[in-house]
Design a protein around this ligand. Structure first.
Ligand SMILES: Cc1cc2nc3c(=O)[nH]c(=O)nc-3n(C[C@H](O)[C@H](O)[C@H](O)COP(=O)(O)OP(=O)(O)OC[C@H]3O[C@@H](n4cnc5c(N)ncnc54)[C@H](O)[C@@H]3O)c2cc1C
Length: 240
């Protein structure tokens, strides 16, 4: 398949989401409308290395397709990371970014007839935010959606108020934030695995969407298979 062409985007502004995550608001140039499917990502070509292959970093689109040319990326600063050092220290309102996309097949099926488990840690929530907002704004019917979001402490929660609001407005949508390093009354404690295992006790007919880093994804995949689900029911977006 031919690669998509390189395009330009302007950073309109940025906003710190937490102490180590930032939302980058991009305006795609030379078009009034940027079409993508919720769950897809774009690949940035950052001026951080001589070799083109070492300059590429991919990011899920965290916003929903709304008919405009504006998108949001939710990015965590990686300690010692070359790409995120550049993004967090050099990129500001008015910066131009070279990218290609949209890309990827981590998207929802046409019919949301089974229960859907969206399991993620940290900025792995980005594609799910796009999907859930899309479902809400287009009144797309679904059976049940469970968003299981894991992070360390309250200070690391992402889109917390937004998902709590959506929980009230979107019947069938359940939000399960879980903290691994802090006890709290409002949500769960521990890793994501214990949360979806409990929700799956009665073995509902389900599809699983996993997004984030290797350790969580490997463990989740293993546990979901051990619960007796087929590997075809599991969809992955591996960040690294
Ligand atoms: C499909 C996809 C979507 C993603 N979406 C998000 C998102 O929405 N939010 C988010 O925070 N992160 C996301 N990531 C992770 C992101 O792409 C970066 O890996 C992350 O930001 C760390 O980049 P870094 O350059 O700071 O760290 P680094 O450790 O410097 O680089 C991380 C990765 O970049 C590549 N890389 C680094 N150096 C080299 C080199 N010398 N040669 C070749 N390759 C190299 C490697 O793949 C490495 O694992 C996504 C990843 C993928 C694959």
């Amino acid at each position: 398949m031919a690669l998509l062409p390189w395009r330009k985007a302007l950073v309109t502004h940025t906003e710190d989401a937490t102490h180590n995550t930032r939302i980058f608001f991009l305006e795609i140039q030379d078009t009034g409308q940027f079409d993508f499917k919720p769950g897809q990502f774009i690949t940035l070509d950052l001026p951080i290395d001589e070799k083109p292959a070492r300059r590429l970093r991919s990011y899920s689109i965290a916003s929903r397709p709304d008919g405009s040319n504006l998108i949001e990326l939710l990015i965590v600063r990686t300690p010692e990371g070359k790409g995120t050092r550049y993004l967090f220290e050099e990129v500001k309102a008015g910066s131009e970014i070279t990218f290609r996309g949209p890309q990827g097949v981590f998207v929802l099926p046409e019919k949301l007839d089974k229960e859907i488990f969206m399991i993620c840690t940290g900025t792995g929530v980005a594609p799910f935010r796009s999907m859930i907002q899309h479902i809400y704004h287009h009144h797309i019917s679904f059976h049940k959606i469970h968003l299981v979001f894991g992070t360390r402490t309250r200070a690391d929660l992402l889109y917390y108020d937004e998902f709590r609001e959506l929980e009230k407005k979107l019947p069938g949508f359940g939000y399960y934030p879980t903290l691994s390093r802090e006890q709290w009354a409002e949500g769960y404690h521990g890793y994501v695995h214990g949360v979806y295992e409990k929700l799956c006790e009665h073995r509902p007919d389900a599809r699983f969407y996993l997004c984030g880093w290797k350790n969580m994804i490997d463990d989740a995949r293993k546990k979901i298979l051990e619960m007796g689900y087929d590997k075809k029911a599991i969809h992955l977006e591996l960040y690294g």
